[in-house]
Design a binder for this molecule. Structure first.
Ligand code: FEO
Length: 170
């Protein structure tokens, strides 16, 4: 059995990760409507990755004999107007997710729950990558996005992204 607070935070994280998936699906829909299939592809794959994250938290709770309690996933509430909007919201959102992972880690640390800390290590690393990717996308858009050739080139780059399953297997 896990500590009650740790288990509760892990359970909440399932819903937060599904919300992330829903948010990125919304970004994908936005770009698709703008005719930017590559950006749409990038966020469609990102949504898949977030679903994977949710399932990892779910499976971890199950493996520890904990009850899983699913809850409402909030509506994506970001107002998307410019091509830059999803990128900026995405970066802010990943910083928020990092803070959530850190909070769970801190709770596990407080009760010497080394197993959960080890499980979360993968997510700590993953968040570094998630934030870096989001920040890189903003920088590239600032550099190349104002020019139609540059935007086309970025869209082609993001069209090439392919889904890979998470390296963490439970
Ligand atoms: Fe599940 Fe984008 O972090």
């Amino acid at each position: 059995m896990l500590n009650e607070k740790v288990a509760q935070l892990l359970n909440q994280q399932i819903i937060k990760e599904f919300y992330s998936a829903y948010l990125y699906l919304d970004f994908s829909v936005f770009y698709e409507a703008q005719g930017l299939d590559g950006f749409a592809n990038w966020y469609m794959i990102q949504a898949q990755e977030e679903r994977d994250h949710a399932m990892l938290f779910l499976k971890y709770l199950q493996n520890n004999g904990e009850k899983v309690s699913l809850d409402t996933i909030d509506k994506p509430d970001k107002e998307l107007t410019t091509l830059m909007d999803p990128l900026k919201f995405g970066f802010e959102h990943e910083q928020y997710v990092t803070s959530l992972i850190n909070d769970i880690y801190a709770a596990a640390y407080d009760v010497k729950d080394f197993r959960t800390m080890q499980f979360l290590d993968w997510f700590v690393k993953e968040q570094l990558e998630e934030e870096k990717n989001a920040d890189d996308m903003i920088k590239k858009m600032e550099l190349f996005g104002n020019d139609s050739k540059g935007l086309y080139s970025l869209d082609s780059e993001y069209a090439a992204r392919i889904y890979t399953a998470p390296s963490l297997v439970l």
